[in-house]
Design a protein around this ligand. Structure first.
Ligand code: 4AD
Ligand code: MG
Length: 433
């Protein structure tokens, strides 16, 4: 029976199994060989004893190299030193493919540029494997959370006639006879329309930002999840963000403990996220705290990455910073009637220095107010009429938010850079492979 490493449990001791996979490591100690096999679901040590195998099998074994592919038949046994782990005793071996050239990524240290050039192979390395598994859990948990809370998944378009966020970061292309089109920066505007049909909606897809930033937090192409809810105002919007992030982190702790171990991720800070209330502070208060911490930020200015790092390092939970100055936030955010000039919008900053993982806000629901904002931005009204229309028919207070998947993965895995969180990163200076 062909099985997966992940399904091999101590209860199977004594039974024979068939596995298909790749050589992760192979070492000979006289008449015994230790093969570390990986099959996508996990890693396992396979012990081969020359005395118990045919000459053909032993010769085949000797011919294997790193990342060769093979099928083995082996007997499950309990690991001699760890009673809750298994290893395998080889009985048969079928070689599927032996590499003619040496596999370029060895177990020694490589520079990050070399690894990124070999991203198509680097994905097989254990840390990279663990990261993608955590990413997968975050995606699944997100869908699960929304399904349990009556949200409908809406697929927003990627080619759009106008911008959602900052117009300086748009990827432009020619769209037949219709002029310019742009790659989407966020599905928000479109799921706002769908919200009027379904009440609670979300999207999840690739978005594009032609940002000339070369930081550990920026990708050119990344995956965003936007959620939008009818009849929800600013404070409740933050409640939803907190519930979602708690759910996602809890799911990673439950499903990926082995991966977090591979990544040497301290789980204590993640447990805090699940068990403690998130902090909530107004922008103006955050500025004061930052100034006390030594930042030279001035009231009215946006936070730099260093400011976010400084602020989040002084808390052990994620922080909602809300009511930013209107001038530094998007046109669709309404001002707080009690704090003119400041908007009912928030960022969620992840702890341990990671910073912004979510941007969200209430949306302007009033037709005339929104029209005035669009005009003030000198946007072409023709492209925006559909969005304004939403405020003409059954307008409701509503709010939403968007998370950057790679920022979440980077924080939850405690990585130095978002480039390792996405299978094929698109960076300012890199589009290959
Ligand atoms: O804060 P942003 O720009 O918000 C929006 O686009 C809203 N329309 C979302 C909404 O309300 N539905 O982007 C949302 C998140 C950020 O908080 C960040 O996590 C991530 O997207 N993000 C990036 N991630 C990687 N690389 C970049 N260049 C990113 N820019 C934003
Ligand atoms: Mg933002």
């Amino acid at each position: 029976m062909v099985t997966f490493i992940a399904d091999i449990k101590p209860e199977l001791a004594g039974q024979e199994v068939v596995l298909r996979g790749w050589v992760s490591n192979l070492r000979f100690s006289g008449p015994i060989a230790f093969l570390n096999l990986r099959d996508g679901s996990g890693y396992m040590q396979v012990v081969a004893e020359k005395a118990k195998l045919s000459d053909k099998i032993w010769t085949d074994l000797e011919a294997l190299n790193l990342e060769s592919s093979l099928e083995i038949t082996a007997k499950v046994s309990i690991h001699p030193k760890k009673a809750d782990e298994c290893e395998l005793q080889l009985s048969d071996l079928k070689v599927v493919h032996i590499n003619k050239a040496e596999y370029p990524i060895s177990n020694k240290e490589h520079g990050v540029d070399f690894l990124l050039d070999n991203r198509h192979l680097w994905l097989r390395s254990k840390r990279q494997w663990a990261i993608q598994r955590v990413r997968n859990t975050i995606i699944n948990a997100t869908y699960e959370f929304f399904k349990a809370n009556r949200f409908i998944k809406i697929d927003a378009p990627i080619l759009t006639p106008n911008s959602c966020e900052d117009t300086t970061e748009l990827f432009e292309l020619e769209y037949f006879d219709l002029g310019k089109a742009y790659l989407s920066q966020s599905g928000q505007l479109y799921i706002e329309a769908a919200m009027f049909a379904h009440n609670r909606v979300f999207d999840f897809g690739p978005v594009f930002r032609a940002e000339k930033s070369k930081t550990r937090r920026h990708l050119i192409e990344f995956w965003m999840m936007d959620a939008e809810m009818a009849f929800v105002e600013h404070d409740e919007n933050m409640d939803w963000q907190e519930k979602l992030i708690k759910f996602v982190v809890k799911s990673v702790l439950e499903n990926n403990s082995a991966d977090l171990l591979v990544l040497e991720r301290d789980v204590k800070p993640l447990e805090n996220v699940v068990n403690k209330d998130f902090a909530r502070i107004h922008y103006s208060e955050a500025v004061k705290q930052l100034q006390k911490l030594g930042s030279d930020i001035k009231d009215g200015e946006d936070f730099g990455a260093d400011d976010e790092t400084m602020l989040t390092n002084s808390y052990d939970v994620p922080i909602f910073v809300d009511r930013y100055p209107a001038a530094i936030k998007s046109f669709y955010m309404p001002e707080d009637p009690n704090m003119p000039g400041y908007v009912l919008g928030n960022d969620l900053l992840a702890p341990e220095g990671y910073g912004e993982v979510i941007g969200g806000s209430q949306r302007i629901a009033d037709y005339d107010l929104l029209k005035a904002k669009i005009e003030a931005h000198n946007y072409n009204m023709k492209d925006w009429q559909w969005y304004l229309d939403l405020r003409q028919y059954g307008s409701v207070p509503h709010s939403g938010f968007g998370y950057g998947l790679e920022r979440l993965v980077s924080w939850i895995c405690h990585l130095d850079h978002v480039r390792e969180t996405i299978p094929f990163p698109r960076l300012l200076n890199r589009i290959n492979p």
